[in-house]
Design a protein around this ligand. Structure first.
Ligand code: SF4
Length: 93
């Protein structure tokens, strides 16, 4: 399972990311070429554009499922600065 704490700095902010388990197999870039790109210098993939259409969403999901080492994660629409407690509706009274 992908680990958000280990994701590459190149990933654009948003739901999808690639972490440091990537073995540069090319599957994600083939499945979702609009969203995944190769870091040629260091030999790994990262998300350079979050999916913004239903097609891209489908392709990015397929990329995640195709990844042989589960290096691709999707944490919903949370940003790095958001935490789960923001989802809580408790008033804390
Ligand atoms: S499918 Fe997974 S292992 Fe292969 S390049 Fe993409 S992130 Fe890396």
């Amino acid at each position: 399972m992908a680990d958000k704490k280990k994701k590459w700095a190149d990933n654009v902010q948003g739901a999808y990311y690639v972490d440091d388990q990537c073995i540069d197999c090319d599957a994600c870039r083939t499945e979702a070429p609009n969203n995944f790109k190769r870091n040629d210098e260091n030999g790994y993939s990262f998300v350079y554009k979050q999916p913004s259409t239903p097609d891209e969403e489908t392709q990015s999901k397929a990329a995640m499922e195709a990844c042989p080492v589960e290096a691709i994660g999707n944490d919903g629409h949370k940003t790095d600065n958001e935490t789960d407690h923001k989802k809580c509706n408790a008033t804390g009274t």
